[in-house]
Design a binder for this molecule. Structure first.
Ligand SMILES: Cc1cn([C@H]2C[C@H](O)[C@@H](COP(=O)(O)OP(=O)(O)O[C@H]3O[C@@H](C)C(=O)[C@@H](O)[C@H]3O)O2)c(=O)[nH]c1=O
Length: 170
């Protein structure tokens, strides 16, 4: 595996090794020992999947304490990670990553960052590991088009949940 720094402190892009043969492809999506060797020593306690159709955008969501390790299991999506810590000089800085079922990329997201993904294929499966158990009351929400962030999205009118359409901070 290759772990690459990004433009955002603490956010890492991971290129997962793949093993190809005549049957197809094999990957290890997580192996604690290997991640620890790369300096990623996080106690993940929950795995989550969401399945969405084309042009669904989920986010921007995050909280104060959760690490997330995001992968694309099926299809493709654009993932945007944005610093949502109002006390940080990095507040509002973001980076976009294209994840797909064929590029085997993962993105490690520290606490206080928000993330959102926009589905680019007909269907996509978003997977993440997280370091805390789900607490709906601890999460914050920003609109995908929050003018403070000025994020460029390839789709201007994505399909949103009611929560994401309101985009009020929780
Ligand atoms: C996030 C989550 C949701 N749920 C349930 C609650 C709800 O009925 C249903 C859908 O939840 P949401 O509308 O919040 O799902 P969604 O809008 O996909 O929210 C997720 O977005 C991505 C970008 C994240 O980073 C996640 O942390 C989470 O906020 O799933 C759980 O049971 N466990 C969980 O960990």
């Amino acid at each position: 595996m290759q772990v690459k720094e990004t433009s955002l402190p603490g956010v890492k892009l991971i290129e997962v090794d793949r093993f190809e043969d005549f049957r197809g492809t094999y990957i290890e999506s997580f192996n604690k020992e290997d991640y620890v060797k790369q300096g990623i020593d996080i106690d993940f306690v929950q795995d989550d999947f969401s399945m969405s159709r084309k042009h669904v955008l989920r986010g921007i969501h995050g909280d104060q304490e959760t690490w997330k390790l995001v992968s694309c299991i099926f299809g493709s999506f654009r993932l945007v990670v944005v610093n949502c810590d109002p006390d940080s000089e990095w507040f509002g800085k973001w980076e976009a990553f294209d994840l797909s079922e064929t590029n085997y990329r993962q993105v490690l997201i520290p606490p206080k960052y928000g993330n959102a993904h926009l589905v680019l294929s007909d269907q996509a499966i978003f997977h993440y590991k997280q370091s805390t158990y789900y607490n709906p009351h601890g999460q914050f929400t920003y609109r995908f088009d929050d003018p403070r962030f000025n994020i460029w999205w390839p789709v201007k009118n994505p399909i949103l949940s009611q929560r994401d359409d309101l985009g009020k901070r929780v």
